[in-house]
Write a protein that binds this ligand. Structure first.
Ligand code: ADP
Ligand code: MG
Length: 627
């Protein structure tokens, strides 16, 4: 099993250039030959003509037909880049990086020069860049600086069928600017699904179909439902290996990493040409959101019929394929939804609402959504932004909100940074924010050295300072060693994650300057915790007699995640960064809190009765201590 090299892997700067040097001219020629074999090539002229004639074009074509890598190059070759950049959005960071790398190779240029990419916290573009691949979220942010996208001659919203939150918001924004920018070309490209819907939304824009090479795929179902889809996937893979003709196998798992069961394919290429067998357990990890409580969780959920067909199609790209569905045909027919619910209908909207407000879009209920989000979710977002003082009572952006919108972070994190100005600890707060943005990949725990790793980790928790301060201590200690790799090894800390935190922190430093927050250091933990509370006060929880916690607003039972430095301490009042649902609803990244801070910092949100401490209701010893 070879884990795909795609996820999380950053292309080292200069990699394509190194490749270029070692590659002979004929290799470049070979790449040019390959371009001509793609299904889209036969339609090159027709496509350019259609783009010339129409302002908005919906383009559909099978995965692998050449939409992402070729269309921007065709447009460049046809002279569109003389009038402005060509932007191409991708829902995933990894895709933006890898296609940009591929296209730079095909064009024989250094990545970041004519062809570049832009993803959150990483801008690999330059003055020269004319083909810019980026995440949909990054293009959204570009509207803040350039509301009419004046620098672009073409915007291609790629993988539109994925219907990510940012893509859906982009639809509304690009549709709007296309009206007063007749020179701007808009391409909406997607893998076969929902083309009519896109066309309808974009005022009956024509649909350009790229007929794919598609070989027949034989679909096999299990006879009975599988109890353990992971186990079933492994068994099926082995069975294919033993009983079927040669050909590579692709297994769709729910985890963060795509796993391709492959020969050396993952070494040299990110695309998975040559896949003949697909094993589809029928699940994916999906975000879901409860607007009542405002809780977001990642759940393993059944995929849609559209996804199932997409997955099966991956096996028929280079020849006839087979797809093994680890569910019954009855399941498929009766239980799978036709299409995946768009993200906009199952996510927290606070971020997007803040963005739209800062773009001057006030009437959110009448924003031109392709599929509108539930109104409770919109209200919830407005409520949160009001609580964070980003919006005033009538829903207008405040000065705080304007500053917050400059940060490409969730509103609570942005608020914590903006609030650090008042507490004079911005230096510490941006370190903590950067570390929180890395997620939970900072410490590692090798099987044979678990005790050592745990001890190293506990070192940062001395004094039960809480997870946020522990993260700060990790960052500061690393900095004191002059960012030593050796130090990371000794402390069981992922050096790659730390480098990323440092990059993010550097960017946050720049943003501090932009919003005129002075970078000052203050190592008083109480003050730092108050700044954290200014952003995260809605995430407070109180210890119960049972040893579990209850969130203060919208009461819900939660627990401290075992990875937290406070999981054995159980302070009476805590504040958490996020909730994750695994076997239980866990709070991850937890810090002790004094309840009076809540009323001091967010008097409009908490009343005394919310935080009245149960001191009188005697807590048994060891169950907690008064904060
Ligand atoms: P589409 O967007 O229609 O799915 P792409 O333009 O991404 O198609 O890919 C077209 C072809 O280009 C693929 O079939 C593959 O052969 C090649 N290709 C794309 N990306 C890469 C890459 N990162 N490395 C190697 N080959 C690639
Ligand atoms: Mg593509």
């Amino acid at each position: 099993i070879t884990a795909s090299v795609m996820d999380g892997d950053k292309f080292e700067d200069g990699q394509p250039a190194d490749l270029l040097e070692s590659r002979t001219k004929s290799a470049l020629e070979k790449l040019q030959e390959d371009r001509k074999t793609l299904p889209i090539y036969a339609y090159r002229d027709e496509l350019l003509k259609a783009i010339d004639e129409h302002q908005v074009l919906v383009i559909v074509g099978e995965t692998g037909s050449g939409k992402t890598t070729q269309i921007p190059q065709y447009l460049h070759e046809a002279g569109y880049t003389k009038r402005g950049k060509i932007g191409c959005t991708q829902p995933r960071r990894v895709a933006a990086m890898s296609v940009a790398a591929r296209v730079s190779q095909e064009m024989g240029v250094k990545l970041g020069h004519e062809v570049g990419y832009s993803i959150r916290f990483e801008d690999c573009t330059s003055e020269k860049t004319v083909l810019k691949y980026m995440t949909d979220g990054m293009l959204l942010r570009e509207f803040l600086g350039e509301p009419d996208l004046a620098g672009y001659s073409v915007v291609m919203v790629d993988e539109a069928h994925e219907r990510t939150l940012s893509t859906d918001i982009l639809f509304g924004l690009v549709k709007d600017i296309a009206r007063f920018r007749p020179d701007l070309k808009l391409l909406i490209s997607s893998a076969t699904l929902d083309a009519e819907k896109f066309s309808d939304y974009f005022d009956s824009a024509p649909i350009f179909k790229i007929p794919g090479r598609r070989y027949p795929v034989e679909i096999n179902y299990t006879k009975a439902p599988e109890a353990d889809y992971l186990d079933a996937a492994i068994v099926t893979a082995l069975q294919i290996h033993v009983t079927q003709a040669p050909g590579d196998i692709l297994v769709f798992l729910t985890g963060a990493r795509k796993v391709v069961l492959a020969t050396n394919i993952a070494e040299t290429s990110l695309t998975i040409d040559g896949i003949k067998y697909v094993i589809d357990p029928g699940f994916c990890k999906m975000k879901s959101y409860n607007p009542r409580t405002g809780m977001e969780s990642l759940l393993v959920a059944p995929i849609s019929k559209a996804s199932a067909n997409q997955r099966a199609g991956r096996s028929g790209r280079t020849g006839p394929g087979k797809c093994f569905r680890l569910y019954t045909m009855f399941n498929y027919l009766t239980e799978l939804e036709d299409n995946t619910v768009p993200e906009i209908q199952r996510t927290n909207l606070a971020n997007v609402v803040l963005m739209l407000k800062s773009l001057g879009i006030h009437d959110l209920l009448h924003f031109d959504f392709m599929d509108p989000p539930p109104s409770e979710a919109l209200l919830k977002a407005l409520e949160l932004l009001f609580a964070l003082s980003a919006l005033n009572k009538v829903g207008e952006l405040t000065k705080v909100g304007r500053r917050m919108a400059e940060f490409p972070l969730d509103p609570m994190l942005s608020k914590m940074i903006v609030a650090s100005d008042k507490y004079k600890c911005s230096d510490e707060i941006i370190s903590i924010s950067a570390m929180l943005s890395i997620g939970n990949s900072i410490f590692y725990r090798p099987k044979d050295k678990q005790v050592h790793a745990d001890n190293a980790r506990l070192n940062f928790h001395t004094g039960n300072v809480g997870d946020h301060i522990a993260l700060l201590k990790v960052y500061n200690s690393w900095k004191e060693t002059n960012f030593s790799t050796q130090w990371c090894y000794e402390n069981y800390i992922q050096v790659r994650s730390m480098k990323r935190a440092r990059d993010i922190r550097d960017q946050l430093e720049g943003l501090l300057e932009r919003v005129e927050i002075e970078q000052v250091s203050n190592l008083d933990y109480e003050v730092i915790k108050k700044a954290i509370t200014s952003g995260f006060f809605p995430h407070s929880a109180r210890l119960q007699k049972s040893g579990a916690y209850r969130t203060v607003k919208h009461p819900q039972t939660v627990h401290i995640h075992p990875s937290s430095g406070l999981s054995q301490v159980l302070p009476r009042w805590v504040l958490y960064h996020e909730l994750v649902l695994t076997t239980k609803e866990y709070m991850r990244q937890v810090t002790e809190l004094k309840p009076e801070w809540l009323v001091e910092i967010a008097p409009h949100y908490y009343q005394l009765k919310d935080v009245e401490d149960s001191v009188s209701k005697k807590m048994p010893r060891g169950e907690g201590r008064a904060a």
